[in-house]
Design a protein around this ligand. Structure first.
Ligand code: PMP
Length: 302
């Protein structure tokens, strides 16, 4: 079964339906004004069953994203948990994409509308993880800039325009992904993953601010600390990036992304000590049901 095939399962308003039956009104405010937030979650096969990795944290971020955009989710955590489990058990190992958005309602930008939630699921293996090849990155001219700080904390559809343009430009130039700077010219993150570097043997990741609070980022920090590594959260410049020994991307879809090159500079890729350590510990963590993780702080807007 391919991603986006007609067999793709969608949970919409409490019921499972086929891909082709999932329709949105042209005037939904999710489409017209991007009043929409979403999540990307992976369900992994493990010895006993499927493990939907850190599902509660993803649902917490979705609720938080909705609040930042001015709406509440119309389903309880328990209902959404059970919907995700329903889809995952219908598909097996898969990627889940819950999306919460405003439907059509009274006209205009300020118009009132109900909130809808739909969850799509499809098999999405991480092919790169099997090939051994690392990523080729480029620094993008597009920046991750926000008109109010809390917007950066929402996984909001509206935040993806620069990232999509950056990725499009990167792919056209023969790169796999792009790194975006923030308003000040500091490293923010890649298009859909957070970033770590290893410099003089130390692990450093940009402070949160313009970057999304990634659940894989938090997982990676915890796994590294458990292995005795100290992780520093600092401002990082493009010069820091070029001087690094390793660059690592982290995200639910990307998992632990080894980086081979960025704009003509070579990095250790999969052979890097920290990249290898994280890849192995993450692979084991995602297939361990019931693992305990430190609570993630959803920032100054909680
Ligand atoms: N930044 C952006 C912009 C993203 O879309 C994602 C993917 N959700 C991430 C970072 C990584 O977040 P997570 O580890 O929670 O998937």
């Amino acid at each position: 079964m391919n991603a986006y095939s007609p067999e793709t399962t969608v949970w919409w308003d409490g019921k499972l339906q086929n891909w082709g039956d999932s329709r949105l009104h042209l005037l939904s405010k999710g489409l017209q004004y991007s009043v929409s937030a979403f999540e990307g979650i992976r369900a992994y096969n493990c010895a006993e069953d499927l493990n939907i990795f850190r599902l509660e944290d993803h649902l917490r971020r979705l609720r938080r994203s909705g609040q930042i955009l001015g709406f509440d989710l119309p389903y309880s955590d328990l209902e959404l948990l059970s919907a995700c489990h329903q889809i995952a058990s219908a598909i097996g190992e898969c990627y889940l994409r819950p999306t919460a958005f405003l439907k059509e309602g009274s006209p205009g930008l300020h118009g009132v509308a109900d909130v809808e939630i739909a969850i799509a699921g499809w098999p999405w293996p991480n092919k790169r993880a099997d090939t051994g090849a690392g990523l080729k990155l480029t620094l993008s001219r597009f920046r991750r800039v926000f008109s109010a700080p809390e917007l950066a904390w929402a996984k909001a559809s509206a935040n993806y325009m620069p990232a999509r343009l950056a990725l499009q430009e990167a792919r056209n130039g023969g790169f796999d992904d792009a790194i975006l700077l923030d308003e000040q010219g500091l490293i923010s993150e890649a298009t859909t993953s957070n970033l770590f570097i290893v410099k003089h043997g130390s692990v450093v990741t940009p402070k949160l601010g313009s970057a999304l609070q990634g659940i894989t980022r938090a997982t990676a920090i915890e796994l590294l600390e458990r292995s005795g590594e100290e992780v520093f959260e600092c401002d990082l410049t493009p010069d820091d990036l070029r001087a690094a020994e390793e660059i690592i991307l982290t995200g639910t879809a990307a998992e632990i992304g080894a980086v081979d090159r960025c704009d003509g500079v070579n990095f250790a890729g999969r052979a890097g000590r920290i990249t290898a350590l994280l890849t192995a510990s993450y692979e084991s963590a995602v297939r361990t049901p019931g693992a305990e993780w430190k609570a993630i702080s959803w920032g100054p807007f909680e």
